[in-house]
Ligand binder design. Structure first.
Ligand code: C2E
Ligand code: MG
Ligand code: MG
Length: 576
């Protein structure tokens, strides 16, 4: 069967006026905004939808340029394209961000064309646009849903991988170390079973907030499973520091959550994979961290575990050391030894440095080089530092009470002890032991200066005003420059042993020692050479103009009775 064409019906003829009215109705009733400009880019007509979308009435728009809707977010190149199209360069279609009368920005889908007269000259340009903000919001929501956890607002697994992959790529270039921590919540399903899903959801939100507050802003926190979070630490000084962060996350759960009128405790386990040691890509690192956390979960208690056995061993040793050190402080296993400083002008003992020692009941004497870094990391240095100050002052008082004439004592200060309250604390210690500040010197390291300079200077000034003298320890190993050093009220520089070892044989070390001495002389500072072991070293440093010597050549750090004997007997360095 063939289709039969119906006879065509001739539409009723429209008069030009009727046609014009019809066009005008269509333009005005359209739900797309329409804007018409003349050859001089002035608006000559807009429709009702224009007013509805932009907020400008017909009268407000007429006579203006299209700048009326300009949002200011597009660059010059983009605007040039749009203007060119309005000037006849050809039709243009795309997205433009406009600004409504009420100031609100909105995305619009725009088509621009021109109208020409019989001779081809442009008489008008027009743009037809629709408001697509609703579409944009929907798209943004899709992106949010695809990348973030709905409940906590944290990145989800796939977004976490994206974020971390980019960061790891740059860490690879700069040879930084990092870690991925898998954080697994215990008992979450029991909680949602007994208290309900809403309560469990609320709990997850609170947990994510606690974790976020515990971490630094540069650390990436994501939620990767119903009861799993993951953390990326992208720039670690040392691999072991991942353990410190894990411990912080564990402590963040110490306090119970108040939920639905109940106190809820949540235990967590943390598995740690280290970059680049365990793996170099995020997917494998996540797997390693997962393996570690599952091993941890198999244990009875909550805690953290590294993926690598070697890291676990180290973490264990450090952890043990920390516990023992805490105990050492109360069990009075810490003692101060004193290493004399002698004048290179007279050979006499002019001071001493108090150096901490740990009399370990099993391991014997432990060097501070082994435990001070752990104390620094764990914050235990604050308690140890207070003990050292108190002990040195107690000793000075005891010497005075015994009528002994002893030189001033220098005490090492950790950068962590250096805060606003330090002058107050020192004042209290001196008060307690009825000591003159002249008897106490403080040794600080360069790292302190490089850190927060301004606050540090004012604290130093306070200390100096109290009558305490400041020495710069390990000088030459940090970043201090001459101009930098001038800003600080320091009276003594101690040349680090590293430069003393090589003199006078090593030309480089000699040059450095010479430069440091010259520098110190310019700053009119007293100069102490540390770690001097041979007469040759002494002769060279003395020749350069060093003022004092501290080192095995004269004496190692010794106990109190030995130091007393030395001072009492008037022991002197043979200057040769
Ligand atoms: P430091 O303040 O630079 O102390 C000098 C170190 O060099 C001491 O090591 C000392 O025993 C050693 N030394 C001195 N003369 C010689 C020598 O001729 N040859 C050699 N090879 N070594 C020499 P020590 O006692 O092991 O202390 C190491 C570091 O531990 C100290 O370096 C200091 O930074 C820190 N420290 C020690 N006691 C304390 C303390 O009470 N508080 C703080 N915050 N740090 C301390
Ligand atoms: Mg020192
Ligand atoms: Mg030193």
């Amino acid at each position: 069967m063939t289709a039969q064409l119906l006879p065509r019906q001739t539409p009723p003829e429209l008069s030009p006026l009727e046609l014009q009215r019809l066009h005008s109705r269509i333009i005005n009733d359209s739900d797309q905004g329409i804007l018409i400009t003349d050859a001089h880019e002035h608006i000559v007509s807009v429709n009702a939808a224009f007013s509805k979308i932009t907020g400008y009435s017909f009268d407000e728009a007429i006579g203006q340029t299209t700048d009326l809707l300009r949002s200011g977010v597009h660059d010059a190149e983009f605007r040039a394209k749009v203007t060119a199209s309005m000037a006849g360069a050809g039709p243009w279609q795309g997205e433009i961000i406009g600004r409504r009368k009420n100031g609100e920005l909105f995305p619009q889908n725009v088509s621009i064309s021109v109208v020409r007269d019989a001779t081809g000259n442009i008489t008008h340009a027009f743009s037809i646009f629709s408001d697509i903000s609703v579409l944009h919001e929907a798209q943004a929501r899709i992106v949010r849903l695809a990348n973030f956890d709905d409940l906590t607002g944290l990145p989800n697994r796939s977004h976490f991988i994206q974020l971390t992959e980019v960061a790891l790529a740059s860490s690879k270039r700069t040879q930084q170390v990092g870690a991925i921590l898998m954080v697994d919540l215990e008992r979450l399903s029991t909680i949602s079973d007994s208290l309900g899903l809403d309560v469990a959801d609320e709990l997850l939100k609170l947990i994510s907030q606690r974790f976020r507050l515990t971490l630094r802003s540069a650390d990436v926190l994501a939620k990767v499973g119903a009861d799993q979070f993951v953390v990326a630490l992208l720039n670690l000084e040392q691999r072991e520091h991942a353990g410190i962060v894990a411990k912080k996350l564990l402590s963040a759960m110490d306090e119970a959550f108040q939920l639905a009128g109940q106190l809820v405790h949540v235990g967590v386990n943390v598995g740690i994979a280290v970059f680049p040691d365990d793996a170099q890509d995020v997917a494998t690192l996540l797997r390693c961290a997962d393996v570690a956390v599952n091993r941890m979960k198999a244990e009875e208690s909550s805690g953290y575990l590294f993926y690598s056995a070697e890291m676990n061993q180290r973490a264990k040793e450090k952890w043990q050391l920390e516990g023992e050190l805490r105990h050492a402080l109360v069990a009075q296993q810490l003692v101060l030894y004193y290493q004399p400083k002698v004048s290179l002008h007279t050979g006499e003992i002019v001071g001493a440095e108090a150096l901490i020692r740990w009399r370990h009941p099993v391991n014997g004497m432990v060097s501070p080089a082994k435990f001070i870094p752990v104390a620094e990391e764990t914050g235990l240095i604050l308690d140890i530092g207070s003990w050292v100050l108190d002990e040195a002052c107690r000793q000075l008082r005891a010497w005075q009470d015994a009528g002994l004439h002893m030189p001033p004592i220098a005490v090492n200060l950790s950068a962590r002890q250096f805060d606003r309250l330090l002058p107050q604390r020192l004042w209290a210690v001196l008060e307690r032991h009825q000591l003159s500040p002249k008897l106490l010197q403080l040794e600080i390291t360069e790292s302190l200066l490089v850190r927060g300079a301004e606050g540090v200077i004012s604290i130093m000034n306070e200390l100096v005003a109290m009558g305490l003298a400041l020495s710069m320890d390990d000088f030459g190993t940090g970043y201090s420059s001459l101009s930098y050093l001038k800003k600080f009220p320091i009276t003594t520089l101690k040349i680090d042993r590293a430069f003393v070892i090589g003199v006078p044989a090593d030309e480089n070390d000699c040059a450095i020692a010479r430069a440091i001495v010259t520098l110190a002389k310019q700053l009119r500072q007293e100069l102490v050479a540390e770690g001097v072991e041979t007469p040759e070293q002494m002769a060279f440093l003395r020749g350069l103009g060093c003022d004092q010597l501290q080192g095995y050549l004269f004496s190692p750090p010794v106990t109190v009775p030995e130091f007393e004997r030395m001072v009492q007997s008037g022991a002197k360095l043979a200057l040769g």
